[in-house]
Design a protein around this ligand. Structure first.
Ligand SMILES: *[C@@H]1O[C@H](CO)[C@@H](O)[C@H](O)[C@H]1NC(C)=O
Ligand SMILES: *[C@@H]1O[C@H](CO)[C@@H](O)[C@H](O)[C@H]1NC(C)=O
Ligand SMILES: *[C@@H]1O[C@H](CO)[C@@H](O)[C@H](O)[C@H]1NC(C)=O
Ligand SMILES: *[C@@H]1O[C@H](CO)[C@@H](O)[C@H](O)[C@H]1NC(C)=O
Ligand SMILES: *[C@@H]1O[C@H](CO)[C@@H](O)[C@H](O)[C@H]1NC(C)=O
Ligand SMILES: *[C@@H]1O[C@H](CO)[C@@H](O)[C@H](O)[C@H]1NC(C)=O
Ligand SMILES: *[C@@H]1O[C@H](CO)[C@@H](O)[C@H](O)[C@H]1NC(C)=O
Length: 337
């Protein structure tokens, strides 16, 4: 306990003793209504007390999480906290006292409930409260906001977002590239973006935006991954080439998680060797291009090739038929031998 606090307690004791000797009963007859301020501005909270002259008065701030608890800010005309932004003033008019608390250069943390107190005895005090609301920009709460979600296709899921700020921010959602939202449209308003059934088209990056008109809106990225079985498309299901030339057979596989891709011919797995060269190239949006280059075609090379893609969600197969042409088919990429 500091020397200052000690003095305050002693004074309180003397004030209560004096008050007990008189018969006036103090009453708080008025207090300022709720005040709304911007950061950096100032406010004076006024408390009108009748018959208070012999009693100790005080301003306190209630704890946000524990309203029954409060921290004393002033005792009569003295500050009990060391913050030069605060001022206290006591003016008497007859038996009426106006006891005021001024807060300068308001900060976001000044927001809260302030209590005017008349201390009647150690056990009893008369109190009245006024709320100070401080306008401050939105801040998205990381602990209450989804960062990423993985969901199997067809199952329900949801993305959540919460933000603090005053006035209470509105929460809305948009998608990267301004893509269509699962419910249609380009944005959705609400804290929770619910999907009854996740579709592969819903996967991607979402943005939660919190706005309250004060300062800049806050924005956080939320990623949604939808797991779905492979779907194969063969851009050219029938491919012609002449003997002694090379050819490329191509499958486009869309899947998440990334699939295992295997090429088959006559029931046997193809591997890269002197006859085949297999390349898998992952492109954007969970699409893998799988290409088998058949090197120096001979009579046995003609027939059906299968590309088979598997992930934990399922599998898909595509057939590509290679048939003989009399003249070599030249493409800029598939050069002749
Ligand atoms: C102030 O005290 C006087 C004397 O005790 C009493 O008559 C009066 O009602 C009190 N005023 C208020 C507002 O309580
Ligand atoms: C409190 O009283 C002062 C002086 O009369 C006045 O300037 C101020 O606006 C009052 N505060 C409120 C919140 O009404
Ligand atoms: C207290 O308030 C009165 C009336 O509003 C004013 O005249 C006086 O200057 C103030 N005193 C202080 C120390 O602010
Ligand atoms: C003091 O109180 C009286 C009556 O209650 C009122 O008429 C007068 O305006 C008050 N004076 C001040 C300075 O507030
Ligand atoms: C203040 O205290 C008096 C006496 O204890 C009581 O009659 C009155 O109701 C109290 N007023 C408030 C606003 O708490
Ligand atoms: C493709 O792979 C899956 C899973 O390994 C298997 O069940 C399926 O029979 C394969 N298809 C072909 C044509 O090999
Ligand atoms: C040929 O290569 C170019 C780029 O090098 C590519 O854009 C194109 O798709 C390829 N064409 C075929 C048929 O593979």
């Amino acid at each position: 306990m500091t020397f200052g606090n000690c003095r305050v307690v002693l004074k309180l004791f003397l004030v209560i003793i004096c008050a007990k000797l008189s018969h006036q009963t103090p009453a708080i007859t008025a207090i300022s209504p709720e005040q709304i301020r911007d950061i950096g501005s100032s406010v004076t909270l006024n408390c009108t007390i009748e018959n208070a002259s012999r009693y100790a008065v005080s301003w306190a701030k209630r704890h946000r999480d524990q309203p029954s608890d409060s921290v004393a800010l002033t005792f009569r005309t003295q500050l009990t906290i060391n913050d030069p932004r605060f001022e206290v003033n006591e003016t008497m008019n007859g038996t009426t006292m106006i006891y005021s608390l001024t807060i300068n250069k308001i900060e976001a943390t000044d927001m809260g409930t302030y209590e005017c107190q008349v201390i009647i005895s150690f056990q009893q005090k008369n109190t009245s409260t006024v709320n100070l609301l401080v306008k401050h920009p939105p801040v998205i709460s990381l602990s209450e906001t989804t960062t990423s979600v993985n969901v199997a296709e067809g199952l329900p899921t949801q993305l959540s977002c919460a933000a603090s700020g005053y006035p209470l921010p509105t929460i809305s959602w948009t998608r990267e590239y301004n893509a269509i939202m699962p419910h249609g449209g380009h944005s959705y308003r609400g804290k929770v973006l619910k999907l009854d059934k996740a579709h592969r088209e819903d996967r991607g990056t979402y943005y939660c935006i919190a706005d309250n008109g004060v300062g800049k809106p806050d924005k956080k990225m939320v990623s949604l991954e939808v797991e779905f079985p492979p779907r194969i498309t063969a851009p050219r299901p029938k491919v012609a080439q002449a003997i002694d030339y090379d050819v490329e057979l191509e499958c486009k596989v869309e899947a998440y998680p990334a699939p295992a891709i295997v090429w088959y011919r006559n029931g046997a797995t193809l591997t890269s060797n002197s006859h085949y060269r297999i390349t898998n190239i992952a492109t954007a949006f969970e699409i893998t291009n799988s290409v088998v280059r058949v090197i120096t075609i001979d009579k046995d090379s003609y027939g059906d090739y299968y590309c088979n893609a598997t992930n934990k969600m399922g599998h898909d197969v595509a057939r590509i038929n290679l048939f003989e042409s009399v003249l070599p088919i030249l493409s800029p990429n598939a050069s002749s031998k």
